[in-house]
Design a protein around this ligand. Structure first.
Ligand SMILES: [Zn+2]
Ligand SMILES: [Zn+2]
Length: 252
């Protein structure tokens, strides 16, 4: 008796005819996720390393995804919308940081320098808790030094190689909680303790900023300017602003 199994093979429509320009895999953005973080997760889910994914946007290397996040052209949001099924508004919302908070946004720096801030902070415990580890927009603000959920201090560099976070430079299909420079798993960082008084002050600053933004009050500008120059008041040097200090100094 023959045990041969026959398979029905059928020629179906071409992928592009069915899916159009949609990428095969679409991942949903997480609450407060940075556009760059979402782009890196999208690229890996579709089998392209983040560094090579910059070519999709016609961008060179460097901090391509972060630059895109700072000034996303409307046509890029529409282009991404066609490929992911998301609305351009939802995509633009991932980039939106209130303009009034601009002076508190950490400056872009591709290479970490001792005594200087880096562009992005993170909480290792948040990354460890995430089903798909991602980076939050609030971690771009110099006014933030700790995680409201875990109570521990944020970090702005990899504890193994001391380099800044370089998600955009990952050349392999490795998730973004792994350091792109040395492969250290950032979820395994030791906890940094922050004094309760410092955490209370940070929370108050955050509450005041949010309240002033909701009120659309012009007082927010003066408030942010004073915060920005706190290092001068603290005697850390005339030219230092809050956004220029590394997270460890701001915690101190
Ligand atoms: Zn956390
Ligand atoms: Zn590293």
């Amino acid at each position: 008796m023959s045990c041969r199994t026959s398979y029905a093979i059928e020629v179906r429509e071409r992928y592009q005819d069915v899916a159009g320009y949609r990428w095969p895999v679409v991942v949903d953005a997480q609450p407060d996720e940075l556009l760059s973080s979402w782009l890196h997760r999208l690229s890996i889910a579709n089998g392209v390393a983040p560094r090579a994914f910059s070519g999709e946007f016609g961008l060179g290397g460097g901090m391509w995804s972060v630059r895109l996040e700072l000034r996303p052209p409307q046509d890029v949001a529409a282009w991404l919308g066609v490929r992911t099924g998301k609305t351009p508004e939802a995509i633009m919302a991932m980039t939106r940081m209130d303009e009034a908070l601009g002076p508190l946004v950490l400056p872009l720096r591709e290479t970490a320098r001792r005594g200087r801030s880096n562009w992005l902070q993170y909480c290792a415990s948040c990354l460890a808790d995430d089903r798909a580890p991602y980076f939050r927009r609030s971690w771009r603000l110099a006014s933030r030094i700790s995680c409201f959920r875990h109570g521990c201090g944020l970090r702005d560099r990899c504890p193994a190689c001391r380099g800044g976070i370089a998600l955009f430079a990952q050349r392999d299909l490795i998730p973004q909680h792994v350091c792109a420079r040395c492969n250290f798993d950032l979820r395994n960082c030791a906890k940094i303790s922050v004094e309760a008084a410092a955490r209370r002050l940070e929370r108050s600053i955050d509450d005041i900023c949010k309240a002033e933004l909701v009120k659309n009050s012009s007082a927010i500008h003066e408030w942010v300017a004073r915060l920005r120059h706190v290092p001068v008041v603290a005697g850390l040097g005339a030219g230092r602003t809050l956004a220029n200090l590394p997270t460890s100094s701001r915690i101190r």
